[in-house]
Ligand binder design. Structure first.
Ligand code: SF4
Length: 351
C-alpha cells in the first residue's frame, strides 16, 4: 500500500527551530536576493557546503551583483572559478548574468528562469522556490534520499527518479507547504543534509520519524538503492611544460566550446583512448625543443572518463621563435588553470 505524504507543517516547525545559517540564506526577516541564491545553487552543484562557503564569499566580494558579474570579462570570471571544476558551468554563469542584467533582473517564474543559459530544471525550481516562493519542490540528491526513505522506494536510482520527483511534488498539495514553498524547499535540503544523511540517518531527531516507512522497516540506511555505475573509460593525453629563461611557464587558452572551454591549459595533445607514444606526441609540442619526458603520470577524474597524462618539460631555446600562448609566473599559472592542469604542475614539481 502506498505510504501517505507526512504533514509539511511538522517539517516546517522543525526548520523554524533548526535551520542552518548559510552565507547565501536570508534570515526570516531579510529580503531574498535571487542573485545570491542562484550563485550558491550553481556552486553547490559541484561541491559541498563547507567547500563552497569561502569561495562563495570571495566570488561575491569580487562580483557583488548580477550587473557586476555581467560587466566582468570572461577571463576574470574564469580566474575566480579556477579549481571549482565544470568550467562549462562558469561560462553559463557568465552568459546567464549577462542575460539577466540585459533583462533588468531575474524572471520570477519557473519558465522564465528555465529559459536562461545554463539553468536546468533543478536550478530553476530551487531559485524559483527559494527566491520567489514559486510552488515547486526542487529535487536534488538529498531530496531523492528523503523521499525514497519516507516511502520505502526500493527501485534503484536513476530509474526511480520520476517516482521520487512525483512524491516530492505531492507536498505542494499540502496547504502548509504551499504557503511557504521557499522555506519548505530549504527545510527538505536541511533535513537531507543534517538528519536524513546518506549512511546513518539520525531518525530519532527527525520530525517525520512517525510517518517514515523505511524507518519502520529498518531499511533507512540502505536507501536509496543505486544501479551499478558503468566503469568510466580511461583516456590519455601528453602535455608540454615549456619554461622561458626566467622560469615562467607557457599556457594556452582552450577553444571556447567543449570541455574546459575557454580555460588556460598546459599545451598538449588531444585526449584519446590509446596511450601516446613519445614519437607521436612530440609533433604536438608548441615548439621544437629538447623535450624530456618526466617520470610518472598525472591522473584526473572527469564525470564521464578518467584521464591519464604524461608530461614533457623543456626550456625555450634562445633561438626559437616565441610560441603562441601566455607566459605566466609559476604561482600565477597554478592559480589560473583548472584542477586537471594543476595535476601536471604537481607532477613537474615532484620530478
Ligand atoms: Fe530519514 Fe529517518 Fe527521517 Fe525517515 S525517519 S525521513 S529515514 S531521518
Amino acid at each position: 500500500m502506498p505510504s501517505a505524504t507526512p504533514p509539511a507543517a511538522d517539517l516546517l516547525a522543525w526548520y523554524d527551530r533548526h535551520r542552518r545559517i548559510l552565507p547565501w540564506r536570508a534570515a526570516p526577516d531579510e529580503a531574498r536576493d535571487p542573485y545570491r541564491i542562484w550563485l550558491s545553487e550553481v556552486m553547490l552543484q559541484q561541491t559541498t557546503v563547507a567547500a563552497v562557503g569561502p569561495r562563495y564569499a570571495r566570488f561575491l566580494a569580487r562580483f557583488p551583483t548580477v550587473q557586476a558579474l555581467a560587466a566582468a570579462d570572461w577571463a576574470e570570471v574564469a580566474e575566480e572559478w579556477a579549481g571549482l571544476g565544470y568550467y562549462a558551468r562558469a561560462r553559463n554563469l557568465h552568459a546567464c548574468a549577462r542575460a539577466v542584467a540585459a533583462a533588468g533582473g531575474f524572471p520570477c517564474n519557473i519558465p522564465g528562469l528555465a529559459a536562461l543559459p545554463g539553468i536546468g530544471p533543478y536550478t530553476a525550481a530551487a531559485v524559483g522556490a527559494i527566491a520567489f516562493d514559486a510552488p515547486v519542490v526542487p529535487v536534488d540528491g538529498n531530496v531523492e534520499r528523503v523521499m525514497s526513505r519516507l516511502h520505502a522506494v526500493e527501485d534503484p536510482l536513476p530509474g526511480a527518479k520520476p517516482r521520487l520527483t512525483a512524491l516530492a511534488a505531492a507536498f505542494m498539495e499540502d496547504p502548509a507547504a504551499r504557503a511557504r514553498p521557499g522555506d519548505f524547499a530549504q527545510a527538505l535540503m536541511d533535513l537531507g543534509a543534517t538528519i536524513c544523511t546518506p549512511r546513518s540517518p539520525a531518525c530519532a531527531l527527525c520530525p517525520w520519524q512517525g510517518a517514515c516507512t523505511a524507518r519502520r522497516s529498518g531499511i533507512a540506511a540502505e536507501l536509496p538503492r543505486k544501479s551499478p555505475k558503468p566503469a568510466r573509460p580511461l583516456r590519455h593525453g601528453a602535455h608540454f611544460l615549456l619554461r622561458d629563461g626566467t622560469g615562467r611557464v607557457l599556457l594556452r587558452r582552450r577553444p571556447a566550446r567543449g570541455l574546459l572551454g575557454g580555460m588556460l591549459e598546459v599545451p598538449g595533445t588531444p585526449w584519446r583512448d590509446a596511450r601516446w607514444e613519445d614519437a607521436e606526441a612530440l609533433p604536438h609540442a608548441p615548439v621544437a625543443a629538447p623535450w624530456r619526458r618526466l617520470p610518472g603520470v598525472a591522473r584526473h577524474g572527469f564525470t564521464h572518463f578518467e584521464l591519464e597524462m604524461v608530461l614533457f618539460a623543456a626550456t625555450l631555446p634562445a633561438a626559437a621563435a616565441a610560441p603562441e600562448g601566455e607566459w605566466q609566473e609559476a604561482g600565477a599559472a597554478r592559480a589560473s588553470v583548472p584542477s586537471v592542469m594543476r595535476r601536471l604542475l604537481d607532477l613537474a614539481a615532484a620530478a
